[in-house]
Design a protein around this ligand. Structure first.
Ligand SMILES: C[S@@+](CC[C@H](N)C(=O)[O-])C[C@H]1O[C@@H](n2cnc3c(N)ncnc32)[C@H](O)[C@@H]1O
Length: 366
């Protein structure tokens, strides 16, 4: 149920989302702020800044991370917080006024709807022929309204802009039949709702929705990753979609997700193939081994190709790839054979996969 009071209770999954946001911004602010004079944190559905239990809302999380890491960069961070409800705007202003802000920052609290606010900003930048500063946008609605895909695409087409979106996949299923045009607008595909509606059951409708949204995002961003957040009962809560054109941003977001998953409170799943979601909780090396084998079956490739594939196209990290390769080399029969001499003529240490190591994959599936 959508809360009506100014403040509401923080659900455990909200805190998990904030932990991901915090871990990502701890990496993102210093990386981008080192190379740019100004970066933007844009919170499109900002909320009142606190929860009824006193926990920080996303705007305060972002301000705190910037303050804690300000010694590592000297760029200005411009914070834009957009909120449509006046009472929540007022509360957010009070909260922001009561905390120590990062020294080199500018905070703007906008009382508006996300769609109008962002469209207005992009229109005026276009009129003036200006580029937007590198931007991280958190788009965190209660439901599926007010985040039309054409607007997300417009933002992502700008250089160095990236988005973290709460995609309310379960809520979406109601709209697919009742208000199909809203579902189509969200996904950015004219007949998305009818494609989803043709699926035989709710599970496959959820998979299909996710797949279509991912497809739309891939049209405008090189790296797209979604994480299905599940509660302790293994019930899906929502999907978090991250889209960026930055390899480094993609890596840092994956690291943030793995860090939070390690807390034991939540699990994430990721589907390169949505019908075979990978649960993060499983041993990552074992989980990614079949994914790697499927990709390179019957081929001889360099170790950096394998590491690059896993980093760019899956939810896994380099450490997981190395663990998987170790496992595949040791097992009987081994799925890989690794050349002892690297291409530069030096010897490789067993169990390590430095650049220039040739790996031959056996034929067959996994
Ligand atoms: C899920 S809450 C956001 C929570 C916040 N991001 C956080 O993590 O602490 C959604 C917020 O967006 C506001 N909202 C709803 N529709 C909106 C719209 N179209 N534009 C901007 N804000 C909106 C709601 O009033 C609510 O405060």
């Amino acid at each position: 149920m959508t809360p009506n009071d100014t403040l509401w209770d923080a659900e455990p999954h909200t805190l998990a989302k904030h932990a991901i946001l915090q871990a990502y911004l701890q990496a993102w602010f210093p990386i981008l702020a080192r190379h740019h004079g100004r970066v933007v944190y844009y919170d499109g559905f900002a909320g009142p800044g606190r929860y009824s239990g006193g926990q920080e809302g996303s705007p305060l999380v972002a301000l705190r991370v910037a303050r804690e890491h300000q010694a590592r960069f000297n760029a200005q961070i411009a914070f834009t917080f957009v909120e449509e409800r006046q009472d929540r705007v007022d509360r957010l202003r009070e909260e922001v006024a009561s905390i120590d802000r990062p020294t080199n920052s500018h905070v703007e609290i906008v009382h508006d709807q996300f769609e109008d606010a962002l469209r207005g900003t992009l229109d005026s930048l276009d009129r003036l022929g200006l580029q937007i500063a590198p931007t991280f946008a958190l788009i965190d609605p209660f439901g599926i309204n007010g985040i039309p895909f054409d607007l997300i695409a417009r933002l992502l087409k700008r250089e160095r802009c990236e988005v973290l979106i709460t995609f309310m996949n379960v809520t979406l299923q109601r709209f697919v039949t009742q208000l199909p045009e809203q579902a189509d607008r969200l996904i950015g595909i004219p007949d998305a709702s009818s494609v989803i509606g043709r699926e035989p059951d709710s599970r496959s409708r959820v998979f299909r929705s996710r797949q279509l949204y991912e497809q739309s995002l891939r049209g405008v961003a090189k790296y797209v990753r979604f994480f299905e957040l599940r509660d302790r009962g293994n019930r899906p809560v929502y999907d978090l979609f991250f889209a960026t054109n930055h390899a480094r941003g993609h890596q840092k977001m994956k690291e943030a997700m793995w860090k939070v998953d390690g807390s034991g409170e939540f699990s994430f799943s990721d589907g390169v193939d949505p019908s075979q979601a990978v649960l993060f909780r499983e041993s990552p090396g074992e989980s990614v081994a079949p994914v790697i084998h499927r990709q390179f079956s019957g081929q001889t490739v360099m170790s950096e190709q394998v590491l690059g594939y896993v980093m760019d196209y899956t939810a896994f990290l380099d450490t997981h790839t190395r663990a998987a390769l170790k496992l595949m080399e040791r097992e009987s029969p081994p799925r890989i054979t690794v050349a002892e001499i690297k291409v530069d003529g030096t010897k490789r240490r067993r169990g390590s996969f430095p650049p220039g190591t040739l790996i031959s994959f056996s034929e067959g599936d996994t």
